[in-house]
Design a protein around this ligand. Structure first.
Ligand code: UD1
Ligand code: UDP
Length: 373
């Protein structure tokens, strides 16, 4: 049988982390597949960090990132750039991930070229098109175009069934982020941030990340001020924030959290280092999607800095609490977890709803079945 050409397309840090295990798995089956790794570089430095950790060299790099890029910039640059690659390479299947604008534009380009689309991490929903923005619309639009739905959980399958999608095209795989955690867990990579934590073992380390577009401005300011106040009133609390490279985040973080004792702003960390940091953390505050999946697997409570989550599995498991971005609410929630042992223990109980780390194998097996049939 002819080898099938599989194009794996991604552009941001989280897509790279969750697609890397799929690429490594596809590469084990080069008798069946030709694997084409295409990056848009919607993120530049933060993408390259992941490619280095997983030792992946892209076949095509669109290098589209601009400072302060708009959604229209990303959408149009990816659409035009990917079209050229698809015209030259004519892949048999395109794999996209999640809900970024890279993924949506790539799915649209694949559809225009009538190339089948496999959507990894399909089916997540809040059903509110502005929370998160623009990710909720992106993933619904991608799923309108998708041929093979690789969903992480039964609940995400139910979402798609409720929308009338064909059950035969939905495969529950687990989330590939757990595969990525298995990959990084042997890492011995050293980093100054890990040294800092090791030198202050009696501190409760709070890990903070924040970047979502709907949180830019006032919501982010409220959260940072709340964290500054709580840290100032608890001498046993230290904060580590690897600051996202988005200028909207950099400016506010430096302004409100910079030059505070016991609040440490650092550059984005390599994912293997970051996973070690999660393991050392007492508590996570974040608006990230991926962290809501990693934390239940790594035993760390998460206060979610959003009004809604598309990841209710973590809520059910007890590891997540959605607290929004109101200043008083953030202070209350942090204080509770810093002082109430019972609540803390309840939230740090390990329940991992996202699978066994074998999601990539299931995805590749299903791709193989798809071409056999
Ligand atoms: C994007 C995704 C979001 C995802 C997030 C993960 C969209 C619309 N948004 O949001 O879903 O959760 O990535 O982090 O797809 N920058 C750099 N270097 C980098 C990365 C970013 O300088 O390596 C700066 C650039 O100035 C860029 C800005 O950050 O213009 C924003 O990047 P962008 O991808 O547009 O938005 P994110 O908030 O990162
Ligand atoms: N991450 C990382 N280094 C950091 C911060 C986060 O490698 O300094 C990883 C984290 O482990 C998770 C992913 O990046 O897997 C989350 O990405 P992000 O928060 O940028 O995007 P989201 O998940 O919200 O789409």
């Amino acid at each position: 049988m002819d080898k099938k050409k599989i194009a794996v397309v991604f552009g941001t840090r989280p897509e790279a982390i969750k697609m890397a295990p799929v690429i490594l798995e596809l590469n084990k089956h080069l008798d069946r597949f030709q694997v084409l790794v295409i990056v848009t570089a919607q993120h530049r430095e933060m993408l390259d960090q992941v490619l280095n950790v997983f030792d992946i060299t892209p076949d095509y790099d669109l290098d589209i990132m601009k400072k302060n890029q708009t959604l229209s910039d990303i959408t149009s640059d990816v659409l035009k750039g990917i079209e050229e690659v698809f015209t030259a390479e004519k892949p048999d299947l395109v794999l996209v991930h999640g809900d970024t604008t890279t993924s949506f534009s790539t799915a649209l380009a694949a559809y225009y070229h009538q190339i089948p689309i496999g959507h990894v991490e399909a089916g997540l929903r809040t059903y509110d098109k502005y929370f998160p923005f623009p990710e909720e619309a992106n993933r619904q639009l991608i799923d309108t175009l998708t041929d093979l739905f690789f969903v992480p959980t039964e609940l995400t399958k139910t979402n798609l069934l409720n929308e009338g999608k064909d059950e035969n095209k939905i495969i529950v795989t687990g989330n590939t982020v757990i595969d990525a955690i298995h990959y990084t867990k042997e890492s011995q990579t050293k980093h100054a941030a890990l040294d800092l934590i090791a030198q202050n073992p009696n501190q409760k380390w709070v890990l903070l990340t924040m970047h979502r577009r709907e949180n830019h401005g006032e919501p982010m300011k409220n959260v940072f001020e709340a964290i500054r106040e709580v840290t100032n009133t608890h001498e046993d609390v230290s904060v580590l924030m690897p600051v996202h490279l988005s200028p909207a985040v950099q400016l506010l973080a430096k302004d409100i959290l910079g030059k505070q004792s016991r609040i440490h702003l650092v550059e984005p960390l390599e994912v293997d280092v970051f996973h070690q940091v999660i393991n050392q953390s007492y508590l996570i505050l974040t608006d990230s999607g991926g962290l809501q999946e990693e934390a239940p697997a790594l035993d760390v409570p998460v206060l979610v800095l959003r009004n809604k989550t598309e990841r209710p599995e973590g809520l059910k498991a007890g590891t997540l609490k959605v607290i929004g971005t109101n200043k008083e609410d953030v202070k209350l929630a942090m204080n509770e977890l810093l002082t109430n042992k019972e609540v803390y223990q309840h939230m740090s109980k390990a329940v991992n709803p996202y699978g066994d780390g074998l999601a990539s194998g299931r995805i590749v097996k299903e791709i193989s079945n798809y071409f056999d049939s």
